[in-house]
Design a protein around this ligand. Structure first.
Ligand code: MSK
Length: 636
């Protein structure tokens, strides 16, 4: 796919030609120069697991049909897929472990920069984990919650499921998944198990491998869930806040610090200390002091909790640097392009890596630890101010595009807004409106942005179409970033694109919640790790309705998916019973068996399945069809 797109994001459309004129390569140039991409890889039939290889299966049937060890296309594709799931689960759950360990340090008094900002949530989490809180102070409860959480990484009894998985889904779903043998008991063991069974000469049964993949995906779910919930405990649970998004949030007269990655542990503290260092920035000549902006999911984290503006999402992260106005790009973990290290050779931007396991050539490394977080954050801000002094004014090119975005719709915020309509039974208004058809169903948009499609285009097209059909829209990660940048998280978007009955519901809830108008068209639920917030809402709905998750008129869409984390997320969504759309062709089609299992057979097994459709309008049609089918089955 070697095409010149039209960007729906005007900021990129405007800046890109200038960048090209100046001779810089971006992700889109590198994508072009990579064409044609390896067809074996695209089909998933290339195996590099042992050094007898690489092997590849001839998809046309003329050449080799087995690798040197004898593995056929089905085994190779299944192994490749579930290794991706394991990597996604490792990424999310290592992030979650880091948060849990920090909570333990807070409880033990070893992390002075942090505190428990949401005690109510801590108590709720404790109750959900089955811990008694009576007569215990906050620190004691925090310690017990942290230790109980860490057990999900260390339990050796495989008949006891991870607490964070078991306690957050319907009882029926938990039973079904236990009977299938895919409930994780220990996140790390499940990830290690996938690496083990996919080693050369081990599991060769593609269906058995795929079941291992479902288990890996549920380990991912577990790591994500605990990460979100414990982050809320430490940093506060998001509530609706009005902010702005797109490159126009950068300020010419400020020291611009972009926080990028996924883990909020350092970015939160940077936000805390920046205020006290504003004067230093002004003394350096920045009339507007320090301006913190977000990129990717660290951006989503601080946007949802603090209303920090979002500069851009994954695919256009380089564009932030290419404005010439970012003084420091501070990165933690995941989805950080190594090209940032190269770009800063030509721009004054100081790339700062902060995690021992994530370094990039060309960056300055400020190693972050929870114990030294305050000093680390100050060091980062100092480096940004130093970089500001090196700025070349002639290179500054900030596209003046930004949109208002109402963000911060955690599950608690959604329930709180609904409680304004019915204090005793907050879920009732939502459920009533789903049952009476004012809301036809719910769609969760998740996942990344990719060079394989025009950035953000699929998200926007599908969302508008579903909204027209009165489908309630939720979003996380870089999908949420797309909607925020492009003005779909506004009340105006609700007026413009929502179907009449959806608009009436969003208006009733928004007015009752004091927003002086409707809720935004798309509800921002947070970063990609926060997809579990949507499961919280779905599980509450399912329990209230007395059905399992696979009966709900709920769908998910990852129309521009790219990362291994997205593969893991999509797989757990399906495993929980949620039909999930992919807008790009997954790298599995070299195996008819694996493709059939993922898009069809899983429906009988777990209720969810993948819908692959690259045309966004057709995808919206298919998702709506699923919603209608499920409504019919429920008799509503
Ligand atoms: S950052 S995993 S590109 S959503 Fe969460 Fe975005 Fe996908 Fe990374």
């Amino acid at each position: 796919m070697n095409k010149d797109y039209k960007f729906v994001d005007q900021a990129i459309e405007e800046l890109l030609p200038k960048v090209k004129e100046a001779g810089f390569d971006t992700v889109w140039d590198r994508f072009k120069s990579m064409q044609p991409q390896c067809g074996f890889g695209e089909l998933g039939v290339c195996c590099r697991i042992c050094w007898k290889g690489p092997c590849r299966i001839d998809p046309f049937g003329n050449g080799p049909q087995r690798g040197i060890c004898g593995a056929d296309a089905h085994t190779i594709v299944a192994r490749n897929l579930i290794r991706g799931i394991a990597a996604g689960a490792a990424a999310h759950s290592d992030h979650g472990r880091h948060i849990a360990l920090t909570l333990l340090e807070v409880a033990e008094g070893h992390a002075p920069a942090y505190c428990i900002k949401d005690e109510k949530k801590l108590m709720n989490v404790a109750a959900r984990l089955g811990l008694s809180t009576e007569g215990k102070n906050v620190r004691q409860v925090a310690k017990e919650v942290a230790l109980a959480t860490l057990e999900d990484f260390s339990r050796q009894n495989s008949s006891i499921p991870c607490s964070w998985a078991r306690q957050t889904i319907t009882a029926e779903r938990a039973e079904k998944l236990t009977a299938l043998g895919v409930m994780p008991h220990n996140i790390d063991a499940v990830v290690a198990g996938i690496m083990n069974r996919t080693h050369v000469g081990c599991d060769a049964d593609p269906v058995n491998l795929l079941l291992g993949g479902l288990k890996g995906a549920l380990a991912d779910y577990t790591g994500m869930y605990l990460s979100t919930e414990l982050s809320d405990v430490i940093f506060g649970t998001p509530e609706p806040v009005i902010t702005t998004a797109n490159l126009g949030v950068l300020k010419e007269d400020a020291v611009n610090i972009a926080v990028h990655g996924h883990n909020p542990l350092l970015s939160e503290i940077i936000c805390d200390v920046a205020g006290s260092m504003d004067e230093e920035a002004r003394q350096a000549g920045a009339k507007e002091g320090i301006n913190i902006v977000g990129v990717c999911c660290t951006g989503n984290e601080v946007m949802a909790r603090r209303g920090i503006p979002l500069a851009t999402n994954y695919l256009s992260q380089e564009m932030a640097v290419l404005t010439g106005a970012v003084d420091a790009m501070v990165v933690d973990v995941q989805c950080i392009m190594p090209s940032l290290g190269v770009l800063q050779e030509c721009y004054h931007t100081q790339l700062i890596t902060t995690m021992a396991t994530n370094k990039i050539p060309g960056a300055v490394h400020v190693e972050f630890t929870e114990k030294t977080a305050l000093e680390d954050a100050r060091r980062v801000v100092e480096l940004a101010i130093e970089a500001y002094k090196r700025r070349d004014k002639n290179k500054i090119n900030i596209p003046q595009y930004k949109e208002t975005a109402i963000v911060g719709f955690s599950a608690e915020a959604v329930f709180a807004a609904l409680s304004k309509l019915n204090k005793e039974d907050p879920l009732k208004p939502l459920l009533d409106n789903i049952v009476n058809g004012n809301i036809q169903g719910v769609a969760l948009f998740a996942g990344c942005s990719t060079t394989r499609v025009a950035q953000d285009h699929n998200f926007v097209t599908i969302a508008r179409e579903l909204a027209r059909h009165n489908v309630l829209l939720l979003a996380t990660g870089c999908g949420a970033g797309a909607f925020a940048k492009l003005g779909l998280m506004t009340q105006e978007a609700t007026e413009a694109y929502a179907g009449d009955s959806l608009k009436a519901v969003l208006t009733a809830v928004g007015e009752a919640a004091g927003l002086n108008g409707p809720l935004p068209l798309v509800l921002h639920m947070g970063s990609c790790v926060d997809n579990t917030r949507a499961v919280t809402v779905a599980t509450a709905l399912a329990n209230k309705l007395g059905v399992d998750l696979d009966k709900l008129p709920v769908v998910a869409s990852a129309p521009e998916a790219m990362s291994e984390k997205a593969v893991a997320i999509g797989t757990w969504a399906v495993t929980l019973g949620i039909p999930t759309h992919l807008g790009i062709i997954p790298q599995v089609t070299g195996s008819s068996l694996v493709t059939e299992v993922l898009t069809d057979k899983l429906k009988d097994l777990v209720g969810g399945y993948f819908i692959v459709e690259t045309d966004p309008l057709r995808a919206a049609g298919k998702l709506y069809e699923v919603i209608r089918e499920r409504r019919k089955a429920l008799g509503i």
